[in-house]
Design a protein around this ligand. Structure first.
Ligand code: ZN
Length: 73
């Protein structure tokens, strides 16, 4: 259970929270799987989140502070 055509990943929330909120959340959740350019090695990678707002590059292990939930604002 989880993904649906209309509400995507937020389908896991069921009928809760309302359409407006779920649509807003989906916009952010979509960015979760986006690759971003590393500030040090410049490679386009899927950043790993160590903690809230702490990201690390899987390629060069560079760790930096960034947005809380997605690697790129
Ligand atoms: Zn890197």
């Amino acid at each position: 259970m989880g993904k649906t055509k209309v509400v995507g990943e937020t389908g896991s929330y069921g009928a809760r929270y309302g359409m407006t909120v779920r649509r807003r959340a989906l916009k952010i959740l979509k960015k979760r799987h986006e690759k971003v350019a590393c500030p040090r090695c410049g490679k386009l990678v899927l950043m790993k989140r160590l903690s809230v707002g702490v990201w690390t590059c899987p390629s060069c292990a560079y760790t930096y502070a960034g947005p809380a939930h997605v690697a790129k604002a």
